[in-house]
Write a protein that binds this ligand. Structure first.
Ligand code: WTA
Length: 676
């Protein structure tokens, strides 16, 4: 554990503190213009109109977003103010307006013919004698459930502004609980079901959640994920979380659970007793909607706070334009609701548009490697949105499981979460998309709320490997460390020069950290933490993180968190964590560990430490590799030289500048301990 070490570019990433100029050697000449039939039916199919719109939005971004907010969102009290930046960098959008997100996602559709349209089509993972369990909720049915659960939350004492933690599998109740919170102005904090008790406890405490909504268990990869057990542990371990008064438990698997009378309640029993018809509460546009924890470079995870009016404006518009959502689409975003993609493009964006969303509980290889394609074929999915790491896994499994199925219903494909290598992009287009579907590579972050850079598929030519252009109203740029725009083909920092409605408002409980992290590096600009370059056509090529955040299988993991977990083990004296490229997961975690004096290192200890990290943070943070070392390479001022560790982990040797290294012998020793 130590501050990051400045250094030059390594593997397409740019270390902080150096001149970020790097030249990319990747040249991609393949171009895929929109298919004629696709463009003819698209929301945006006229390049000239879109060009004009882009220009207008660039001249007056606030005016542009005000128009979007008026057309895409239903307000119970219209707003008269666009952006209020007087408390910069804490933005306020449409601040004097009032609305309710569940009203926008449900009630407004139930007043139209969409009332009986499917909102959610859900499929469970297990396959019984009659196939998988499938539940369909029309907009009307979803509304009734949300109204009831909103009443349940109220009966448990939840008021507007109170926090509710959701620790759930991918089941309809996750969406119902989110929308029910939104209906009464409670703030949800969804914690991914793969996180450990410790991580759940930290997040629950930080948010000060009054209620946790969970399930007895969920199904994942043919196994039971016992969520209620984890909640019980989180509420007792290390002093527990005294803020939590109630735990509502969905009976998903029917397995045995521990029960604490007075605290625990069954979802189905509460719902049976709940009154119908709870109306939506009109909330100020800046009322908090949710907190979502994400990894930072240092310290504990950051509770990213999103609010109501701006977030809904942004997600509604981007869902419709980027995914070209139509009433006859079946949209499947494979992300878990525990991540921001699940918030913005499983729940809020698509439902606000009145779309039909497919939700799947489980993994892609259960019972066989063709499960996703079986789902696409059976349900006739039309728009499919997933992560590059999943695509690389499918590629590795070979085309046979895909070719077995009729995927002709698909008309548009999307990716998110990490850079997609052109080979995977082209494979996606040809094998899954039948050379027929445009691909939208969408760049965004937990902090941005919704998509910022992506093609508009009816008008733009797609180029494998680039998210192409910023959406209208988004002022993205590539700059040097001083904030000066860089010319084409020079790598630098990806920044956003102007506020946008979906941007995070702050870090929960830490305004200063928000300002420092995102606006502290270059005055007046949102610094994304990603490196990028623009090509001569203006397309943005994302080069990966420039800070010490790893991207493993599309999930951001702070090196600091993994290091803290490692040093919390009594046998560990010091630890440094780096990422190395991995064919499947994008990056894999390599941990360099100095054991306590007298501790015997062994493959068994490495295994213990890997499991220790998994139990502290969750399986997604389990290091792929642990390397023991008697010392770590440090500068004279005592900073761990991660750049050297990255080189060792990636190339097996150090070729870069070592003039600041304090002890040259350390590198030799590290190389000699490769066998662990
Ligand atoms: C990376 C996920 C390249 C990037 C929505 C970003 C991408 C981080 C792309 C955010 C993309 C996301 N191309 N890189 N299309 N999309 N990233 O907060 O490094 O989980 O900063 O949000 O993922 O991850 P987060």
């Amino acid at each position: 554990m130590s501050a990051s070490e400045p250094g030059p570019a390594v593997d397409g990433t740019i270390a902080a503190g150096t001149n970020p100029d790097i030249t990319s050697i990747l040249v991609e000449n393949r171009r895929f213009p929109p298919p004629k039939a696709f463009a003819a039916a698209a929301h945006l199919g006229q390049p000239e109109t879109v060009e004009e719109l882009r220009q207008r939005a660039a001249l007056d971004p606030v005016g542009y977003w005000c128009d979007v907010a008026k057309t895409d969102v239903r307000w119970s009290k219209p707003f008269t103010q666009g952006l209020d930046w007087s408390d910069a960098p804490h933005a306020r959008w449409f601040a004097d307006g009032e609305l309710n997100i569940s009203d926008n996602c449900l009630d407004r559709h139930c007043e139209t013919w969409r009332r009986h349209k499917a909102a959610l089509i859900w499929e469970g993972e297990p396959i019984g004698a009659n196939g998988p369990e499938i539940r369909t909720l029309t907009y009307q049915q979803l509304l009734v459930q949300v109204q009831k659960f909103a009443a349940v939350l109220r009966s448990l004492g939840v008021q507007a502004g109170d926090r509710v933690c959701l620790y759930l599998p991918m089941i309809p109740e996750a969406a119902i609980a989110m929308l029910a919170c939104a209906r009464i102005g409670a703030v949800h904090s969804v914690v991914f079901g793969g996180f450990s008790a410790e991580a759940l406890r930290d997040r629950t405490l930080d948010a000060g959640a009054k209620v946790i909504v969970t399930a007895d268990a969920g199904y994942r990869r043919g196994a039971l994920l016992r969520l209620k057990d984890v909640v019980d542990e989180a509420l007792t371990r290390n002093g527990g979380a005294a803020c939590v008064q109630h735990v509502v438990v969905v009976q998903r698997a029917g397995c045995e659970v521990q029960w604490q009378a007075g605290r625990d309640a069954w979802w189905h029993e509460c719902m049976a007793a709940a009154p119908a018809g709870m109306p939506p509460t009109a909330l100020p546009a800046e009322h908090p909607l949710f907190i979502l924890y994400t990894s930072g470079t240092t310290g504990k995870p950051k509770g990213i706070l999103h609010t109501t009016g701006g977030y809904l404006t942004h997600t509604t518009r981007t869902a419709r334009w980027v995914f070209d959502l139509r009433d006859d689409d079946l949209f499947w975003c494979t992300a878990d609701v525990g991540w921001v993609t699940g918030h913005s493009y499983v729940v809020y964006g698509p439902l606000s548009n009145g779309a039909t969303v497919l939700m799947y509980e489980g993994g892609p290889a259960f019972p066989d490697k063709d499960r996703f394609w079986d789902i696409v074929q059976r349900h006739r999915v039309t728009v499919f949105y997933t992560a590059p790491t999943a695509l690389r896994t499918f590629m590795a499994w070979g085309d046979a499981p895909i070719l077995k199925h009729d995927l002709s219903s698909l008309r548009l494909l999307g990716t998110v979460g990490e850079p997609i290598n052109p080979a995977a992009w082209v494979w996606y287009r040809s094998v899954i998309g039948g050379d027929r579907c445009p691909i939208v590579d969408t760049w965004w972050q937990t902090e941005t709320g919704g998509i910022l850079i992506a093609p508009l598929p009816g008008v733009q030519t797609c180029v494998p490997g680039t998210a192409t252009l910023p959406l209208p109203g988004i002022a993205a740029d590539v700059v040097d460390n001083q904030g000066k725009s860089l010319p084409a083909d020079v790598g630098g920092l990806l920044v956003i020069r102007q506020p946008w409605p979906g941007m995070a408002r702050t870090i929960w409980g830490d305004r200063e950290r928000f300002a420092q992290t995102y606006y502290g590096r270059i005055a007046g600009m949102y610094v994304t933490g990603d490196g990028a370059r623009r090509d001569a056509d203006g397309n943005f090529w994302i080069l990966g993180r420039v800070d010490d955040v790893l991207n493993v299988a599309g999930h951001r993991i702070g090196t600091m968190e993994v290091e803290s977990a490692l040093v919390s083990h009594p046998h560990v004296a010091e630890a440094a964590v780096v990422g190395r490229p991995d064919a499947l997961t994008g990056q894999a975690i390599v941990a360099f560990v100095t054991p306590m004096l007298g501790v015997q290192t062994s493959p068994a200890l490495a295994e213990v430490l890997r499991s220790h990290v998994a139990s502290e943070i969750g399986g997604l943070a389990r290091p792929a590799e642990i390397r023991f070392a008697t010392a770590l390479p440090k500068t004279r001022s005592g900073k761990i030289m991660r750049r050297l560790l990255r080189e060792l982990a990636t190339a097996g040797q150090v070729t870069g500048d070592v003039t600041t290294l304090e002890d040259f012998g350390v590198i030799e020793k590290l190389r000699a301990t490769d066998e662990d």
